[in-house]
Design a protein around this ligand. Structure first.
Ligand code: SF4
Ligand code: SF4
Ligand code: SF4
Length: 205
């Protein structure tokens, strides 16, 4: 099986949300459902240096995240019906016919990827645009990014090209679910678990 994954360049992302909106349009999602979300992580303060002068060390950056089609998905383990599953092509998808909408997968996923659709009465989620991938195309979110901050390819290719790092704050540590994700940190990026910053746009994600 060829396992695909995402690449995210946090040096390039401007937080414009074109990726999120392109996905919403392509997947015809309502206002409350976002398969891709943009976290804004910010922090810093005034600090006094050795000479008594006050300087600021504020920072802010963005993280665009969808489902990571993880190696060790937390969502599938808690699903009581088997609706949430990793398919033969390595995409973690939900069978909308058998999902009962209990939301256990949403509670288990540390990336908030499974999204409850109130109109449908069950979970929905990023499917990696596998029907496009099957035709040799990239996912819509990747193609839409005007800054070319996203990429999608077999994960081994991405790791060979961009490295192995799979998390920065505010994402959880990668060992929880082994996400198929490569992240290029920016110069202000804080490690997962950082407590010096905060999520600046909680109502958007
Ligand atoms: S990101 Fe969440 S929903 Fe996607 S495979 Fe991983 S644990 Fe499951
Ligand atoms: S891969 Fe497709 S479904 Fe997933 S976030 Fe991107 S556009 Fe949306
Ligand atoms: S479209 Fe690109 S630059 Fe804009 S928020 Fe998404 S990843 Fe960032």
């Amino acid at each position: 099986m060829k396992q695909y994954g995402f690449y995210f360049d946090s040096e390039r992302c401007t937080g414009c949300k074109t990726c999120e909106l392109a996905c919403k349009d392509y997947k015809d999602l309502g206002t409350e459902v976002n398969f891709r979300r943009i976290y804004e992580y910010a922090g810093g303060n005034w600090v006094q240096d050795n000479e008594g002068c006050f300087r600021q060390d504020v920072f802010a950056y963005y993280m665009s995240i969808s489902c990571n089609h993880c190696e060790d998905p937390a969502c599938t383990k808690v699903c009581p019906t088997g609706a949430m599953h990793k398919n033969a092509d390595g995409f973690v998808v939900v069978n909308e016919e058998t999902c009962i909408g209990c939301r256990y997968c949403h509670m288990a996923c540390p990336y908030d990827a499974p999204q409850y659709d109130a109109q449908k009465g069950h979970m929905t989620k990023c499917d990696g645009c596998y029907s496009r991938v099957k035709e040799g195309q990239k996912p819509i979110c990747v193609e839409a990014c005007p800054l070319r901050a996203l990429d999608f390819a077999p994960i081994e290719e991405l790791r060979a090209k961009y490295g192995e790092q799979a998390s920065i704050a505010p994402l959880p540590p990668a060992e929880f679910t082994k996400p198929n994700l490569v992240v290029k940190p920016n110069k202000h990026a804080r490690p997962s678990g950082d407590t010096t910053g905060f999520l600046a746009n909680p109502r958007e994600v």
